[in-house]
Ligand binder design. Structure first.
Ligand code: HGY
Ligand code: MN
Ligand code: MN
Length: 419
């Protein structure tokens, strides 16, 4: 019987962990310090190879599923018991930083390696998951890997996903060497005992409060929509204003309606963004005949997000009616918020107390694979501070000390849940 987790001398190799974060950051479609690793791109493939090697170096057994989720496992003493899991993603949106997702994958490998060095012998297996496609960049939908694992994305809808060049998920995953039917990705019920994801906060709260660890009680529910506006083009000099059906002007009113609905919501957590706005033909002396927008609308509460959505739809329809512009408004995803599991949260709080680290229960405004893992097992997240709350930009930064503390808290938590 190995020592109980409380007595383990667990030491995280902070320098080694930082070195691996920096090494992975160099695997990018863009020159340093920018990190870009879009799902199934050449850089993403090299990133996946790096992750497989890091898992093996940590002494873990590696397997992959049909959509490219990577599983790194430490078999426990009682294999029949549900495993304690952790993990995150290593795909990165264009012009991103080096910590988003990566801290949760490499930090979890380091947590398990530290437990091995401390002589811990888990009763439950311990597993780290590198999820495929947490970012929506390739297909417009985020968390494709964890959605399929949780069964919240149908195989039909997944197979219908296409990127901007019309390539399907099946084509791209086959080209990346993934094999097997998408049905096989779904986790059997009870597969995991619990799931804890280590991640940078991607917000300013922990840094501002000088608190090293956040523990997530609730993850905001994300929704996204694509809007196509079909107006009439024409010569910028010849078409008089009353005769215009300007798709960009209509799109501008839709974008302002998104902002107004979020700003006037009863919930301070309602946020709305138009992150994609393309127009055609895109010539200075031609009235835009088509506009394409993608809307990101989130909230920690479903009722206020639904009310904001209804307001956006009404305002967009009225603007298009007045302008004689046709509107096609399509939902990409609309997911409910997720709750952190009280017992798993308490396990993290006990680990923080043991390490003498202050912690704060809080909301996650970004979504994560934990949003879907919470559908299949008790889940929470461990946040660490990041500089000015910056994320999804090259200046993203978390100190080696905070990264190491996060991995240490993760190691103690997973050991206590797997003992
Ligand atoms: O958009 C998000 O919340 C996540 O970073 N993909
Ligand atoms: Mn992200
Ligand atoms: Mn992330």
């Amino acid at each position: 019987m190995s020592a109980s987790p409380e007595d383990l001398a667990i030491t995280v190799d902070a320098a080694g962990l930082q070195r691996r974060i920096d090494e992975l950051a160099l695997i990018s479609e863009a020159p340093a310090p920018v990190v870009t690793r879009v799902l199934f791109s050449e850089a993403d493939q090299r990133g996946r190879e790096y992750v497989r090697k890091a898992a093996r170096d940590a002494g873990l057994a590696v397997r992959e599923d049909a959509v490219g989720n990577i599983f790194a496992r430490w078999e426990g003493g009682e294999p029949g018991l549900a495993a304690v899991a952790s993990g995150s993603h290593t795909d990165a949106i264009p012009n991103a930083g080096r910590y988003d997702g990566v801290v949760g994958v490499l930090g979890a490998f380091e947590a398990l390696a530290a437990l091995k060095r401390a002589g811990f012998r888990p009763r439950r297996s311990l597993e780290v998951v590198m999820f495929t496609a947490e970012e929506p960049t390739r297909f417009g939908l985020g968390c494709v890997g964890s959605r399929l694992m949780a069964g919240t994305l149908s195989v039909e809808k997944a197979a219908a996903l296409r990127d901007r060049d019309g390539r399907t998920l099946d084509e791209l995953r086959a080209a990346a060497g993934c094999a097997g039917p998408l049905e096989s990705v779904r986790l059997p019920s009870g597969h995991y005992h619990s799931f804890i994801e280590l991640h940078i906060e991607q917000g300013p709260v922990l840094e501002a409060r000088g608190i090293p660890i956040g523990i997530v009680e609730r993850i905001a529910g994300p929704s996204s929509y694509r809007v196509t506006l079909q107006g009439e083009g024409g010569h910028a000099g010849a078409v008089l204003m009353p005769a215009r059906h300007d798709a960009l002007a209509a799109g501008a009113q839709v974008a302002l309606a998104v902002e107004r609905a979020a700003c006037t919501s009863a919930s301070p957590d309602t946020v709305g963004t138009v992150g994609v706005f393309r127009i055609e033909p895109g010539a200075v002396n031609s009235v835009p005949f088509r506009a394409y927008l993608e809307i990101d609308l989130r909230d920690t509460r479903l009722d206020t997000r639904k009310r904001a959505y209804a307001r956006i739809r009404r305002a967009a329809a009225a603007a298009c009616r007045r302008r004689g512009v046709r509107m096609d408004f399509e939902e990409i995803n609309a997911d409910p918020p997720a709750e952190g599991d009280p017992k798993t949260i308490e396990a993290v709080e006990r680990a923080c107390a043991r390490l003498g680290l202050a912690s704060l229960r809080m909301v996650s405004r970004a979504y994560h694979d934990s949003l879907f893992m919470a559908r299949v097992c008790p889940t929470t997240m461990v946040f660490i501070p990041c500089l000015n709350g910056w994320s999804h930009r090259p200046e993203e930064y978390a100190s080696p000390g905070h990264v190491a503390s996060g991995a240490e808290v993760l190691a103690h938590t997973m050991a206590s849940l797997a003992a």
